[in-house]
Design a protein around this ligand. Structure first.
Ligand SMILES: Nc1ncnc2c1ncn2[C@@H]1O[C@H](COP(=O)(O)OP(=O)(O)OP(=O)(O)O)[C@@H](O)[C@H]1O
Length: 457
């Protein structure tokens, strides 16, 4: 704890070199990522699960990680620690090792940024080489996967949708306890659109063989666009609940390099939705050419004009995620992954996105969520007030909604406010109609205003 990590690594390296001259040990290194193929190493995850389940009970230091959907925390081996196992009487040492590697995502591939590479090292006497390689390693893989599957089944039982936030490349996705109640039945959108989206999703998850036959990654991209408060986030939650998918909320501004992004995307599990909310704000995707020219000028001034940017930096900022990085990773990475995945982008300003982002194959569907129409209002009235079409104010409300712009969030807020104040369904319908009339009177400008209590009169 007192020594700087560089010194620690150097001393470990020296000691290992010296020890290697005296002992007859073999070592197997299991790295967390294979940066050549951009994939996570299944054996690394299985070994950590196996060690957590079998070997860390007596360890003096363990790393505990409790997923929101698991009843108990799971233990893994912290960095620079050792644990022991035995197999058919063979003593086995497991070490967790970290080494820093240049990220290579800066201009010309040079970067002062470093990415930590994690690995497990298994050490044993060389006379057991055959048993360890042919029996013990398959045993670790099989057991680790079995334990992981058992916990996944528990997870599906207890919780269907988890919003999982990405922070940095090491912690991957930190689960946040979250369960969104939105479903396709509670969604206030046009019924034809709702049924169309539901049908599209169910067809997609059923077409594994089709995607395999045509040689495409089993993924689908949706762009949800529309004014704030029209249900983009609610639709994502409804999709996750319908398909029982995990949700990964990718906060691109917190991801600082292409390597980190690649790792985050590689670590998503099958049956997941990766969401980039407010995509136009997360990435400056506009006017790529202009940005690139600015960048070239910058290199020229710094006397680096002759150096071509590497593909990884052929994007927007110097150390930010590039558009090419994002698109390439999504296209390329998931083609080698097993299982179905959805990528959903949301934006209030689709015109600000680069057209490259929206071409078919990347974003398969562009779904416009708009202001509350009569059908959506009926869904909200049923959900919030338990009133149907027979309500005396319903016809008037529906008529007004053909002329005024009110989002489902605005309507929901009127209903919620009335509920909080103990007012009944009739009063809530009356206030909703009053608000619509006010917006109609005030015209287009007022219709976009945020609804406040004092507006209700
Ligand atoms: N179509 C809808 N159906 C049901 N509820 C909705 C709908 N749209 C909005 N709401 C209600 O309004 C709230 C805000 O909606 P939501 O966050 O889904 O909108 P959004 O379009 O994602 O907004 P933003 O663009 O600001 O992120 C939700 O909690 C929900 O209660």
């Amino acid at each position: 704890e007192f020594l700087p990590p560089e010194f620690h690594r150097f001393v470990s390296f020296l000691l290992r070199g010296i020890m290697a001259r005296f002992d007859n040990d073999d070592r197997i290194v299991i790295e967390e990522y294979d940066d050549n193929t951009c994939t996570t190493n299944e054996l690394y995850g299985a070994a950590q699960t196996y060690l957590g389940d079998r070997c860390l009970d007596d360890a003096s230091v363990v790393r505990l990680n409790k997923r929101c959907d698991s009843p108990l925390p799971a233990a893994t081996l912290p960095d620079y620690h050792t644990t022991y196992d035995s197999f058919q009487g063979i003593p086995l040492h497991w070490n967790s090792v970290v080494f820093a590697q240049a990220d290579g995502s800066g201009p010309s591939g040079r970067s002062s940024r470093h990415v930590d590479n994690h690995s497990l090292e298994l050490t044993f006497h060389q006379r057991h080489r055959h048993t360890v390689r042919s029996l013990y390693i398959p045993h670790v893989l099989k057991e680790g996967k079995r334990i992981a599957i058992a916990s996944r089944q528990r997870r599906l039982f207890t919780n269907r949708a988890n919003i999982i936030y990405g922070d940095d490349h090491r912690n991957l996705w930190s689960p946040v306890p979250f369960s969104h109640p939105s479903t396709f039945d509670t969604l206030a959108i046009d019924p034809a659109l709702r049924d169309n989206i539901r049908g599209d999703l169910l067809r997609f998850v059923d077409r594994r063989d089709y995607y395999a036959r045509v040689g495409r990654p089993w993924k689908r991209g949706y762009l949800l666009h529309g004014p704030p408060g029209t249900g983009k986030t609610s639709l994502i939650a409804a999709i996750a609940n319908l398909l029982e998918f995990d949700v990964y909320d990718l906060e691109l501004t917190a991801v600082h390099s292409n390597t980190a992004l690649r790792r985050l995307l590689a670590s998503t599990t099958p049956k997941s939705v990766v969401v980039i909310e407010d995509a136009d704000c997360s990435l400056d995707l506009t006017d790529r050419k202009k940005k690139k020219n600015q960048q070239d000028e910058k290199y020229a001034k710094a006397g680096e004009a002759e150096q071509e940017p590497t593909p990884a930096s052929d994007g927007l900022g110097l150390s930010t995620i590039s558009l090419s990085g994002l698109l390439n990773f999504v296209d390329g990475l998931w083609s080698s992954s097993v299982g179905e995945r959805l990528m959903i982008l949301t934006t209030n300003n689709p015109e600000r996105l680069d057209p490259a982002m929206l071409r078919p194959g990347r974003m398969d569907r562009k779904i416009h969520l708009s202001y509350c129409g009569p059908a959506a209002f009926r869904v909200l009235a049923r959900n919030y007030l338990e009133v149907g079409q027979e309500h005396p104010r319903m016809a008037e409300a529906e008529e007004l909604l053909r002329e005024v712009e009110m989002t489902p969030a605005d309507v929901a807020e009127v209903f919620m406010r009335c509920d909080a104040e103990g007012e009944g369904a009739d009063a809530a319908m009356g206030k909703a109609v009053m608000e619509m009339r006010r917006r109609k009177r005030e015209g287009g400008a007022a219709s976009a205003a945020v609804l406040h209590g004092e507006c209700l009169g």
